[in-house]
Design a protein around this ligand. Structure first.
Ligand code: ATP
Ligand code: F6P
Ligand code: MG
Length: 331
């Protein structure tokens, strides 16, 4: 039988730990006697035949690096069957039997569409997804690569901010990432002991969620207030203006932005990425392709891609209650 050859790519927003996942895929493939081709710039690269051959040595000294050595991109063209047709032509040209796609939910929807189109053309292509996004918003998995590092980065920044907010007895609003998801904001809020956390999953009521919390903190003796705002929960600047007008204090706004997507991956992200990368290739080697590698209750599982993409994650409102119980004194 011919030696199996697989492709690996990163797509969507980058996340610290993606390199550790690529490394695990390449090294496990090599152990399984498979060849590995890196596709650069996500689906855009697959369409344009943008590739690099990878071997065990080419992923040395990458486990500790943020970003992705394969670059990442978003591709409009890949959304159309004609775009995916070009991507399939690259797969045929390179002789790929399978593809490991490291990214978020959009990346997996793309992978599923590609494998369906390949099946229709009677040239099957196994696809396996590895969840990597700092948003931790993929329904089928309790954990996505990059989340822990992003939390630690945001916490380190907010700890610094707290020093100056405390000295000046100010209110600080810090915007963290999360266009559609509040996991990052909530975990960070608990870890920094925030006065309030605003998340997209919980409609913001200014009086209840901001004003009342600041007042109660003041009544209990606090003279500085830390409010963590997920970017999808509204503009931190608008909330600051309202606080100025309605409460009469003069807040400062800090937008942490893309700094949260960079940096040295944490131990948790390196470990999760290594286990997931290994499991992705093993699933393929054992003919269990078209799946997403997930972490459920600490265990690695592989789930049918179509079913996994229909799963939703119920938001952890218990954590929201814990945050309130720990940071806001009772009236
Ligand atoms: N329904 C879909 N069908 C085909 N391709 C898709 C689909 N959704 C997304 N894609 C492809 O996957 C790419 C990445 O998706 P997206 O931009 O949603 O990021 P993601 O993987 O969800 O990561 P993140 O949300 O963390 O940035 C898109 O640019 C597009 O090329
Ligand atoms: O600026 P970009 O690269 O489009 O990505 C921004 C988005 O990516 C995410 O960080 C996920 O990676 C979202 O929280 C954010 O809204
Ligand atoms: Mg996404």
């Amino acid at each position: 039988m011919e030696k199996q050859r697989i492709g690996v790519l990163t797509s969507g927003g980058d996340a610290p730990g993606m390199n550790a996942a690529i490394r695990a895929v390449v090294r496990t493939a090599s152990r399984q006697g498979m060849e590995c081709v890196g596709i650069r710039r996500g689906w855009h690269g697959l369409i344009n035949s943008d590739f690099v051959r990878l071997d065990t040595a080419s992923v040395s000294h990458t486990i500790d690096k943020g970003g992705t050595l394969l670059y990442t991109a978003r591709s409009e063209e890949f959304l159309s069957p004609s775009g995916r047709e070009k991507a399939l032509a690259t797969c045929k040209l390179l002789g790929l039997d399978g593809l490991v796609a490291i990214g978020g939910d959009g990346t997996f929807r793309g992978a599923l569409a590609l494998s369906r189109q390949a099946a229709e053309e009677h040239s099957p292509l196994q696809v396996v997804g590895i969840p990597a996004t700092i948003d931790n918003d993929i329904g089928c998995t309790h954990y996505t690569i990059g989340f822990d590092t992003a939390c630690n980065t945001a916490i380190a920044c907010i700890d610094k901010l707290r020093d100056t907010m405390q000295s000046h007895e100010r209110c600080s609003l810090v915007e963290v990432m999360g266009r559609h998801a509040g996991y990052l904001a909530l975990y960070v809020g608990i870890a920094v002991g925030a006065t309030a956390v605003l998340i997209p999953e919980h409609e913001v009521d200014f009086e209840r969620d901001i004003a009342d919390k600041i007042r109660r903190a003041r009544l209990s003796g606090s003279t500085h207030y830390m409010i963590v705002v997920a970017e999808g929960a509204g503009s931190a600047m608008d909330y600051a203006n309202r606080i100025r007008q309605e409460i009469g204090i003069d807040p400062r706004v800090t937008v942490l932005g893309h700094i949260q997507r960079g940096g040295t991956p944490s131990a948790r992200d390196r470990e999760a990425a290594s286990r997931m990368g290994y499991s992705a290739v093993m699933a393929m080697a054992q003919n269990r392709g078209n799946c997403i590698i997930a972490i459920q209750n600490g265990q690695i599982v592989d789930l049918d891609m179509e079913e996994a993409l229909q799963m939703t994650k119920s938001f952890q409102m218990d954590r929201y209650q814990i945050l309130e119980a720990l940071s806001i004194p009772q009236a």
